[in-house]
Structure formats: C-alpha cells, structure tokens
Design a protein around this ligand. Structure first.
Ligand code: ATP
Ligand code: MG
Length: 439
C-alpha cells in the first residue's frame, strides 16, 4: 500500500514530482508551507509520514512526540552537513538524495513507529523510551548515548506523605557522601524543592532544561549549566528546581523530560526525581488527544526510573491510599518495581508498636510488595530543616528521621566523605534489596 505523506517547506515539496514518478511507495497528499498547517493536517489522520525541509524552525522532540501520537512518522531533510541536534525518532536524509532513497526513508520511519496501535495504550502519553536504531544512518553527527548514572523516582499518593522530604534527604545523604547527585523537581502540582532548600531561584531549572532538550542534542554538560549547585556538608548537590507556578505544567513535556533524564545519566551518578502524585489519564479521555498531559511528567519519570521509592503516610488514611496508588502504578507503569516506605510513623496514628501494626495491616490488606522502610515522625527535625532551608543532616544529624533516611540511602551515618576514589554511588545498595540498585 502506498504511504500517504505530507511535505513541509519548499525543499520537501520539490521532491513531489520525483516521488510521484516512482508510482507506488508513497503518495503526497498535501504540501504545507507552515508548521501549524502540517500539525493540523496530521491530526486529521490524512498522512502516515511528514517530510520536513531542512532548517525548519519548531521541529522539536515534543512536536515529534505529538506527530507520532497522531500516527505520523517524521523524515527530516538535512542540507548535507551533520545534524547538530539529533531528535529521537526522526529519520534524517540528505536533501540531495534520489527520490527512491527518500521513499525508502519514509517507509523505514513508518515501520519504526508501527501501526500506531500502542498510541492509546498505557504509554500513550509519551514516546517509547528507546526507539530502534535507524537502519542506514544518514549524515548525522554521533550523539553521546545516555550515561551510566541511575535515576531514582520518589513518588507516592496524595496527602503530602513526605515525597519531597525523602527526595531531598536521600539526595543530600548521597551528595554528602561525596557522589555526584542531581535532584530534580518534576512535581507538576506542587513543586517545592526550591523553597525547601531556600533557593530564591525563579528560573524553574527543569522547565529551562526541558526547553533546551526539546531542540534535540541535549547533553550532560548542557544540563550541568542549567542546574544550580547547593553545598551540603562538604558535598555538592546539583538541583533542577521545579515550575514556579502549577499552571506552568505544560512546560514539562514528557518527550523533553525524557531527554533531560537521559542527559542526567551522564551528568550524575544518581539522579533523584521528586514526582507528582497523580497518574490519572483523564486527558486521554478528552477529544483533543494531542493536548499536553499534566501527569505525563510523572509517568515519564516513573517509566524512565531504574528504581522507584513509593512514600506513603503511616496512618489510617495514608495506608489505604498507598494500596490504591500502587495498583494504579502497576497499571500505568507496569515496568516500575516500587519500594514501599511509610513516613511520619507515630504511635498515636498507628497504635502501640506502630511499625508492627503497620506491617500486620499491610500483610492483611496490602499488595505483595513488602514494606522497605519506616521513617519516624519527627516534627522538630523536619521543621528545623525547612526553616533553615537545608537537609536534615545539616540541622538534625542525630535525629531518628535523618538516620532512617540515611539508612534508606545506604549511606553509613558518621562516615561522611570517606568515599574511596573510583567507588561510584551505584555501588551503594538500598535496604530491602539483596542486589545492587538496578541500572
Ligand atoms: N517524618 C516526618 N516527620 C515530621 N514531619 C515530616 C516528616 N516528613 C515530612 N514532614 C513534613 O510534612 C510536610 C509535607 O512534607 P513534604 O513536602 O515532603 O510532602 P510531599 O509529599 O512532598 O507533599 P506535596 O503534596 O506538597 O508534594 C512538610 O512540612 C515536612 O516537613
Ligand atoms: Mg512535594
């Protein structure tokens, strides 16, 4: 069957006669001059591929993601020079090639995105993490693949169970132990890492990083320039602050966020991401299926993470919420293997011997996922750290809460900065896991 294609720009439409002469593999159904015209045409389901002229402004990772969601593969013509900002999922072809070669690139690109049957499935909010390699690389400059750093997502149900507190303090423990650590605030509902660390940063580092990453070719060093650096007990923590207002959530587009996390793997040994709680897919039920998805950011982080810490409140409301949230996580991100952590553990809320009570309730009503850790309620320590705009290890190093979080991060308390050169943080284990953290 002939593949219906749309062209964008003069250089792409110049190919129309040549493609038509091939009489078969592709049929040009529309020639567009402007990008919005192309997007609108793609949304109608008219085409399976778009051929885009060299130097088209606005060709971003998010646009490629949107077109892919509409079932349209992207073939970008290049002016022959190596492409500096390569975008995942785009087939690049030199603009001097014969029409046959262009037609082959179109069918490769279409084959690569498949029949689109996955588009409304569980992963419909984002492009696949790793698209297959193109079969014949056109003149494209090699881009560094993702590094070996790990991504740890800190997530949990609604009700402020302490996701941010856990994310900040795990990151701080690892950074103070001498590792290179990036802390990312990807909460699209209530970003608070900046405020919790006393950063007067109005720049929304993550949004800025996403904006740059959307242009393609994003790298660890580029990400390092956007992150702010925070000194933690002799260590250094890089921070990507979150959006400054909840209504800025469309700036955290899943495709761009995926690029940022890839870059993070080459910038830091460990990247700790504070995710929003909500995994609902309401947006996909709307008619405007190409609308940005607010929960796409959390879903994308959870999908990309090597390890997920699920934080819940240790009380009669927090425990059932955690049960429901884990079921939702299993449905929306089946690849995630969460480690369950109950925070703010206190006798008045869970009964005498709260840990034993919680364990018993979990065994009776909870899912098979075991509880990895209990973090005690310690209001004085938590408030003191917030007030000082820093981590517990600075303001309350001997507190039970700090020690429990250091344990969770498997950083031995009292052995700060004794890391031997060459030992990387990925050698650090987390409790409850017999093996090393998965990469
Ligand atoms: N173990 C604890 N003991 C006492 N207070 C705590 C504990 N953990 C967190 N807190 C406090 O609970 C409040 C909420 O914590 P945090 O902001 O970490 O939650 P969250 O899950 O990120 O909430 P949000 O829904 O706003 O993202 C903060 O005031 C924090 O200092
Ligand atoms: Mg939070």
């Amino acid at each position: 069957m002939s593949i219906p294609v749309i062209t964008l720009g003069a250089a792409a439409s110049a190919y129309v006669p040549g493609l038509e002469q091939l009489r078969g593999p592709v049929t040009v159904v529309r020639r567009c001059q402007e990008l919005p015209e192309l997007v609108a045409a793609c949304q109608t389901g008219l085409a399976r591929a778009a051929i885009i002229a060299p130097g088209t402004a606005g060709l971003t990772a998010s646009l490629v993601d949107r077109l892919r969601f509409a079932g349209v593969a992207v073939v970008a013509l290049t002016d022959g020079a190596p492409v500096a900002d390569v975008l995942d999922g785009v087939e690049y072809v030199g603009s001097a090639v014969e029409p046959e070669v262009l037609a082959e690139a179109v069918s490769r690109a279409v084959e690569r995105i498949g029949d689109g049957s996955d588009r409304r499935g569980a992963l419909a909010y984002a492009d696949p993490l790793h698209l297959p390699e193109t079969s014949s690389p056109p003149p494209v400059s090699p881009v560094e693949g993702p590094g070996e750093g790990r991504v740890v997502a800190v997530w949990g149900p609604s009700g402020s169970p302490g996701r941010t507190t856990v994310a900040i303090n795990i990151a701080a423990e690892l950074a103070a132990a001498g590792g290179s650590v990036l802390l990312v605030d990807a909460d699209t509902y209530g970003a608070s890492i900046g405020a919790s660390l006393g950063l007067l940063d109005e720049s929304a580092g993550l949004a800025q990083a996403c904006r740059i990453a959307d242009q393609g070719g994003f790298s660890g060093p580029a990400l390092g320039r956007v992150a702010v650096s925070v000194a933690i007990k002799g260590g250094r923590l890089r921070v990507l602050t979150g959006i400054t207002r909840p209504d800025r959530w469309p700036e955290l587009r899943p495709a761009a966020l995926g690029q940022v996390l890839d870059a993070a793997r080459s910038l830091a040994d460990v990247t700790v991401v504070d995710c929003g709680f909500c995994l609902e897919a309401d947006e996909e039920l709307s008619f405007d299926t190409l609308a940005p998805r607010r929960n796409g950011a959390a879903l994308r982080c959870l999908e990309a993470a090597d390890s997920v810490i699920a934080v819940g409140g240790a009380d009669a409301i927090g425990v059932p919420r955690m049960v429901k949230a884990l079921a939702e996580l299993a449905e929306r991100v089946p690849t995630a293997v969460p480690r369950v952590v109950f925070n703010k553990v206190r006798a008045p809320a869970a009964g005498r011997s709260p840990e034993a009570q919680l364990r018993e309730a979990w065994e009776r009503f909870g899912p098979a996922t075991p509880i990895t850790a209990f973090l005690p309620a310690d209001h004085a320590a938590a408030d003191q750290a917030l007030l000082a705009g820093t981590a517990l290890l600075e303001t309350a190093p001997a507190s039970a809460l700090r020690i429990a979080i250091a344990d969770l991060a498997e950083v031995p308390v009292g052995e700060r900065r004794r890391r031997t050169p060459g030992r990387r943080l990925r050698d650090v284990r987390f409790p409850g896991k017999p093996d090393r953290l998965p990469r």
